[in-house]
Ligand binder design. Structure first.
Ligand SMILES: Cc1ncc(COP(=O)(O)O)c(C=O)c1O
Length: 407
């Protein structure tokens, strides 16, 4: 495969390739790639959909299956601390979203946690309010679940563009559901300002952190978020279908009334009483028996974050996405792709979305050439940048390969 010729005046492949090399050499996070198992020759830019495999996971998973399950059998609920895994792993994840201990519980899918959070939020909101404001561009499951939660709690869904959500909030707003980063465009919404605006009118906020947790600082406690949910299989690398999480701010825990009061969220589950008494703290967000195999794989996956600051990850993410955009501008013929991800750092998550004709076919071709991103209807090529294992040479190669396809 030959490199495209540089355009006069613009940085060419040699410049960009050597810049990438220098940037990788100076990158203090570059060594973290060794904490992951990635196939040789592949540029993996789909960690915003399924994170890569942390190297510690296979051995842990084998131990959980062979020894904890195979040998200890049911004793593992106590001896291997299976029973307390949802809140223990919640506490392990909490610093990554800026939460003090005792407020995050892991389990179920994001969709299920969203249901708990939205109905719980409606029950926490001041009485008499009628509206549930919902991000008009939301990931579909959030919209579907919001519609059902609103119907169940007597609220009316009002779709809002997150950029204009603050103006839409008022005395009638009970609940506000927003995505921190838009899954399609990679736009980062202003969580601190929007949370402040919601609190000013007494509304309860629910944030979907699927595309921000593990990629940038979230600051749930610092910004006074009420409730939040997120998945762990993207930037947190928990594995396919790994359990999601629910954040219940400490100040709401006593009043949080889950619409799924399963026995695992009971104050004394083994008393087997017929009446429901919720457990104290975020534990009341639990429902049924935890998915131990996935959960303990996630616990091992989170070790990849040992000693890593989310701020450093954010700085690298912005540098990577800036560099990728520069390489795309240099390699891809003008007019063939258009970035729909905001150029301003304040509004950019950790992905670049390029709109183009025949995006599905272009992504298939990229993947066949070893650059894995993904396609989102109708016309978006998505490239997720996970700073723990993606480097600048990966960004350069991805853009150069895209240039070849259009060349
Ligand atoms: C923003 C967002 N919310 C919710 C979901 C759905 O999560 P789950 O399949 O865990 O319910 C996704 C999945 O990709 C997502 O990107």
């Amino acid at each position: 495969m030959s490199d495209p010729q540089p355009t006069t005046g613009a940085p060419g492949p040699a410049d960009l390739a050597s810049r990438a090399e220098a940037l990788d050499a100076a990158d203090e996070l570059a060594k973290l790639r060794a904490r992951f198992t990635l196939p040789d020759g592949v540029v993996y830019l789909d960690g915003n959909s399924l994170g890569a495999l942390p190297a510690a996971v296979p051995d842990t998973t084998a131990d959980v299956v062979r020894r904890q399950w195979g040998e200890l059998l049911i004793r593992s609920w106590d001896e291997s601390n299976w029973w307390t895994a949802p809140e223990r792993i919640g506490d392990k994840l909490a610093p990554l979203v800026g939460a003090a201990p005792g407020q995050v519980v892991v389990g179920d899918s994001t969709s299920v946690n969203l249901f708990k959070a939205l109905v719980g939020a409606a029950r926490l909101a001041p009485p008499g309010r009628t509206q549930m404001l919902v991000d008009a561009n939301t990931f579909p499951t959030d919209g579907y679940i919001a519609a059902s939660a609103a119907r169940m709690t007597g609220l009316r869904v009002v779709p809002v563009d997150p950029a204009a959500a603050a103006q839409a909030m008022g005395e009638d707003t009970a609940v506000v559901l927003l995505n921190h980063v838009d899954y399609r465009t990679g736009r980062l919404h202003d969580l601190p300002a929007l949370t402040r605006a919601a609190r000013a009118v007494g509304a309860i906020t629910v944030w979907d952190l699927c595309h921000s947790a593990g990629a940038l600082p979230v600051g749930l406690d610092a910004h006074g978020v009420d409730l939040a949910v997120g998945c762990t299989y993207k930037y947190l690398n928990g594995g396919p279908g790994s359990p999601a999480y629910l954040y219940i701010a400490g100040r709401h825990q006593d009043a949080f009334d889950s619409p799924l009061p399963g026995w695992n969220g009971h104050a004394d589950p083994f008393a087997m009483t017929s009446g429901y008494t919720p457990a104290a703290g975020a534990v009341r967000g639990r429902v049924g028996t935890p998915d131990i195999l996935s959960m303990l794989a996630l616990e091992a996956a989170l070790d990849a974050w040992d000693g890593v600051s989310v701020e450093a990850v954010r700085a690298k993410s912005l540098a990577l996405t800036d560099f990728f955009l520069e390489c795309v501008a240099a390699y891809v013929p003008q007019g063939r792709v258009r970035s729909v991800t905001p150029a301003e750092h304040a509004h950019r998550g950790s992905q670049i979305s390029l709109s183009t004709d025949n995006a599905r076919e272009v992504m298939a071709e990229l993947i066949s050439r070893g650059v894995i991103g993904d396609f989102r209807a109708p016309d978006v090529l998505r490239f997720g940048f996970t700073p723990l294992y993606v480097g600048f040479a990966d960004a350069e190669r991805a853009a150069r390969t895209l240039g070849h396809i259009f060349g």
